[in-house]
Design a protein around this ligand. Structure first.
Ligand code: GUN
Length: 294
């Protein structure tokens, strides 16, 4: 049976470490890190993610700046907001929750975020540096950083291993594959047009599943002893639940946990770690800013 990686417990440990650093910064500089979380419209899933991010800030002593804009806001008004946050000295991180409404160009908006405040790591220059050898972005994207942190804190080495990333999204799959490459893995990306994905996944020592397909990856697809990090958070109908649904990953946990060496559960795996990495990035941004001014 696989070792189940307890993302909630690891996240709690790291959050205590961050809270301690925030206290120390507050004493040394009389200032705390600040994170602006911008949400446009009222998508239920985005609202729930944003609520979690703001709540986590409050718990750790990070000041959150809440910017809630209506669905109809124009691209130029959204960019104006971003510019205001760029020059606000109390804001050290800016996050624009994705996806944005169709009339707004995501690429244009993300490119306007100050590089020094790009705590999501989605600015094209940060992603570009992530892709290049011997260059380091100012911030690593939170979900891929969470995956790597879970592997390293579980004692799974990456160097020289065969890693397969399932999914090629800008938010998770693509940056996760770049981060694994930086950590010296041999990386393959499996996506919706890949033929026979199971035979490729079965070769992997490390699997990062970020396809957004409920329980797509079966136990028989997993190499015995592999480390499986499941980024999927898919709601499936469940009449036995009060809410009428439950969350499942991209991996069939029941089957895969009998074959894998390590596996993350859903919920309670990558999810709590992603928000923690955002807080960590905000702390890093604030530290760079405070230290520069002294
Ligand atoms: N939407 C889904 N995941 C994310 C994320 O990590 N950051 C932002 N900004 N939006 C998202």
């Amino acid at each position: 049976m696989a070792t189940v990686i307890d993302g909630k417990a690891v996240a709690q440990t790291i959050r205590s470490e961050i809270a301690e650093e925030v206290r120390a910064l507050s004493q040394k500089y009389g200032k705390v890190p600040g994170l602006a979380v911008v949400i446009v419209g009222n998508r239920k899933d985005s609202q729930s993610y944003v609520r979690m991010k703001r709540k986590a800030c409050a718990e750790l002593g990070i000041k959150s700046f809440d910017i809630d804009l209506p669905e109809q806001v124009s691209e130029s008004d959204l960019i104006k907001q971003v510019h205001q946050l760029n020059v606000n000295p109390d804001v050290h991180g800016i996050l624009v929750q994705l996806p944005l409404p169709k009339h707004i160009n995501e690429e244009t908006v993300l490119s306007e975020i100050s590089l020094e405040k790009d705590v999501d790591g989605f600015h094209p220059l940060n992603i570009g540096k992530l892709a290049m050898k011997d260059r380091d972005p100012l911030f690593l994207p939170c979900t891929p950083k969470a995956c790597i942190e879970l592997l390293s804190r579980s004692g799974v080495s990456i160097k020289g291993k065969k890693a397969v990333v399932v999914g090629r999204s800008n938010i998770v799959g693509l940056p996760a594959s770049l981060l694994l490459l930086k950590a010296d893995a041999t990386v393959t990306i499996v996506h919706s047009r890949t033929t026979q994905p199971e035979s490729i996944i079965r070769e992997a020592d490390i699997v990062i599943a970020a396809a957004g397909q409920p329980m797509m990856i079966k136990g028989s697809w997993i190499k015995p002893g592999a480390a499986v990090i499941d980024v999927g958070t898919n709601a499936v109908d469940d009449p036995t639940k009060k809410s009428g649904y439950r969350l499942v990953g991209d991996v069939d946990f029941e089957e895969a946990s009998k074959v894998a060496g390590w596996i993350t559960p859903v919920p309670g795996g990558v999810g709590p770690m992603t928000v923690t990495m955002l807080l960590h990035n905000t702390l890093e941004g604030a530290k760079r800013c405070f230290e520069k001014k002294h």
